[in-house]
Design a protein around this ligand. Sequence first.
Ligand code: PMP
Length: 358
Amino acid sequence: MIATESRETTGRKRLYESVLDTVGDTPCIRVNNLAPDHVKLYVKAEFFNPAASVKDRLAVSIIEEAERRGELKPGQTVVEATSGNTGIGLAMVCAAKGYPLVVTMADSFSIERRRLMRFLGAKVVLTPRAEKGFGMVQKAKELVEANGWFLARQFETDANALVHENTTAREIIGDFEGERLDYWVTGYGTGGTLTGVARVLRKERPDTKIILSEPANAQLIGSGVAQERDDQNAPAVSHSAFEPHPVQGWTPDFIPYVLQEALDNNNYDELIPVPGPEGIEWSNKLAQKEGILTGISGGATFSVALKVAEKAEPGSVILCMLPDTSERYLSSPLFEKIEPEMTEEEIALSKSTPGYQM
Ligand code: PMP
């Protein structure tokens, strides 16, 4: 689209009392260059949240529901096992509300995630990558038992799906009012996004097909093997279908309890596995062809949305979740092929004029 007028803005017509009030109300953005012509493809850009991921919603919900229920006392330490975005969201919320935070995290996750949490004032306790997600959860539990801290329990707490039911889903319903919405596409980490949004879509937009994805080499749901859980609904064992995959934030080594409700209620219509490398490929293409910065899970979800688009009837409208931003992956495989030094083309450009040469 060629611009014909200068851009203007008018402000949000409100003032914000806290950074926490800026969580949610993320925009659904049309994909113009990468989408096939016969559909309208939108992405819900969760990197517009204040700490730049979908997990800001969960973080504020866990803390405020616990406050409301009297489960979290002023100044009490919060602890959680997290691959990063939940930790960053919790660190943001705990900083704003004055709670100390301790995060346990496998040492395989990107360095900038740890540093961001520490930057926000949290303590990060690393666990060996060989112990997978299970190891970090165990360490969090041990710390809670030893110190009487508050465990956030993102994989089990009802505050997780609840916030997506009350915010993410309401935003989708509001933004697509009077519009078609044929497909909604998501992956899962805790399953909070799927479980919460599906509760509302099934009731209020029953014609919208819910498409779920998981990594092709870690098809926990696809395997049909049920998850064993302990008396607190936490996983009792690592799932047999799990393999390490590059889609950070997706599919831990167990089927989360939060996700189980959506599985039990058949709250998805199709399960489409996606190879992890496609997540990297499409994250980069979204950046280069659309100017949209999302992480590997966003790229993976988008790859699935394109597969859905190819088969969709003309005029279909598709919405794809983008959980976080590319900037969270600067030291990860997402940026592996992005050179820090000048390429031959850049050197040639440098040499093409006489001044300022390296
Ligand atoms: N992508 C990324 C990068 C995430 O951090 C998460 C949350 N772990 C998800 C996707 C999945 O969201 P949910 O936990 O709501 O299933």
